[in-house]
Design a protein around this ligand. Structure first.
Ligand code: URP
Ligand code: ZN
Ligand code: ZN
Length: 493
């Protein structure tokens, strides 16, 4: 009998601390050996001339989630209008882009507890092929939910509570947010926060609509950076009051990131995430003719090319230490898509969110490593090691090390590809990155030792994805506290 199920031969293995040319011996889905030369594999995967990266971990993905209206229970029968990406199609898309694990979101209908939706969501997720864990969205923080149900989900290994400070009907008041922070602290959960000021966006939206400014581009006008900065500041201040760690999701601009940097500089446990859309897309994309601008609508809104440069700087400083996709796919057409309220609907009626699961790693690699903005080690940390650390998935996930799950992306750093929707292999009828040229592309993906993608062809059995129970937040990352920016750079301003 062969000693290893699979040997990955001759690649340049990226450890997050430089690279080493070596073979990887895989047994039982885990990395069993790293050595110059490993013999005795039942099969071999040639990685000559390629980088071998840890499989991507996308810690912010919306899969099979309802659109906003769906968060309100109607007489005990919630309308289950979920977004179009199923766990099956999301798995295909993830593998096509070199990602092997996701952390996605269990909804809570307002007026209900969290356990019924969790039971439903567990069944949905189990049909996919990629490994997964959950953030639990809290839209209705009742005593029953916080006192009795949260301890039960923590016992299952769900270690983060997600809150929205904007969006009707999801947003929490300050009072409700504080209650969630207190419950998280008591139960050892991370709190992940969508930071935009609800009242300010409502006020600006009403004024824009009254003035007849209804086209998709006005979405950006309704939520300038200041509404993100204010909510980020408030989210951090209240978390400090309660002494509860938080992660600020999808930071789009330096003025919000500076709030995080100041908090980190003062030693607070505050982490910041950004996404490829805030490094490549701009508000001007929403100013395309007719309804086309809706393709780029997400919240916070894409900003400007100058802002991209500032966000990169915040990545380099370590203030923003995770790049996730915030994959939230709505097709342009179809009855669940962006145009479901009509192609002349005002911007506030168009579903927010864009797909990016498959595009995340190629864009981060190309715009980051290939263009010399970040190092390969940075890439490994931003895309896999740091999400594994902060989400409590390390050391099982996020690193190429003996004993870790054999999740790998074999990467051709020189391959030039023009992104098309077909390459994304998702269920959505477009990609906002259509036509973007990237240098660096995944040529094979390995999930727990199984080759699940080769040259763009995904092959995996539905139902083989595993639920990942998580440990406490903020386990050490390979860069230790430096990864969190505490002492990486002086606070700006
Ligand atoms: O526009 C976005 N980001 N939609 C997805 C939900 C969220 O806010 O993360
Ligand atoms: Zn959000
Ligand atoms: Zn999101």
């Amino acid at each position: 009998m062969a000693e290893y199920d699979l040997v990955v031969r001759g690649g340049e293995v990226a450890t997050g601390f430089g690279t080493a040319r070596c073979d990887i011996g895989i047994r039982g889905g885990r990395i069993a050996a790293l050595a110059d030369r490993i013999e005795g594999g039942a099969s071999t995967l040639d990685a000559g001339g390629l980088l071998v990266l840890p499989g991507g971990i996308d810690s912010h993905c919306h899969i099979e989630e309802p659109s906003r209206g769906g968060y309100v229970s109607t007489a005990g029968t919630p309308p289950v209008t979920v977004n179009e990406e199923s766990f099956l199609t999301a798995s295909t898309s993830a593998f096509a882009g070199g990602t092997t694990s996701v952390v996605c979101f269990v909804p809570q209908w307002k007026g209900e507890g969290i356990l019924p939706r969790l039971a439903d969501y567990e069944q949905r997720a189990a049909r996919g092929m990629l490994d997964y864990s959950f953030h639990q969205i809290i839209t209705d923080p009742t005593e029953e939910v916080l006192e009795r149900e949260v301890p039960q989900i923590v016992a299952k290994g769900i270690r983060s509570l997600k809150v929205f400070l904007t969006y009707e009907p999801l947003h929490l008041s300050d009072e409700e947010y504080i209650k969630v922070l207190v419950a998280a602290r008591r139960n050892g959960c991370l709190v992940t926060v969508h930071c935009e000021n609800y009242a300010a966006i409502k006020w600006r939206t009403e004024a824009l609509l009254k003035a007849g400014m209804t086209a998709p581009k006005y979405h950006a006008w309704s939520r300038p950076g200041i509404v993100e900065r204010e909510a980020t500041h408030r989210a951090i201040a209240l978390a400090e009051l309660v002494d509860q760690p938080i992660q600020v999701f999808h930071v789009s601009c330096a003025e919000a990131a500076e709030e995080i940097a100041r908090a980190q500089h003062r030693g607070l446990k505050v982490w910041g995430e950004t996404c490829p859309q805030y490094l490549t897309l701009t508000g001007a994309d929403m100013d395309r003719p007719g309804f086309d601008g809706a393709a780029f609508m997400c919240s916070p809104s894409p900003r400007t090319a100058e802002e991209h440069g500032r966000v990169w700087e915040m990545i380099r400083r370590g203030t923003l230490d995770i790049v996730s996709s915030d994959h939230c796919g709505f097709s342009m057409g179809g009855d669940r898509g962006k145009a479901s309220s009509g192609r002349d609907a005002s911007f506030d009626a168009i579903p927010n969110g864009i797909p990016g699961l498959a595009a995340r790693l190629p864009i981060l690699f190309s715009e980051g490593v290939s263009k010399g903005r970040i190092t390969l080690d940075d890439f490994v940390r931003l895309s896999a090691a740091n999400p594994a650390g902060l989400m409590g998935l390390a050391p099982r996930k996020g690193m190429i090390a003996i004993g870790a799950d054999a999740d790998l992306a074999l990467w051709d750093p020189k391959k030039r590809v023009t992104i098309t929707n077909k390459l994304m292999q998702h269920a959505i009828d477009y990609t906002p990155y259509e036509g973007l040229e990237v240098t660096g592309w995944p040529v094979a993906t390995v999930r727990r030792g199984a080759v699940v993608m080769r040259d763009g062809v995904v092959q995996a059995e539905p139902g083989t994805g595993q639920f990942l129970p998580r440990g406490p937040y903020a386990m050490a990352t390979p860069r230790g506290v430096l990864a969190h920016g505490f002492d990486a750079a002086p606070a700006p301003g």
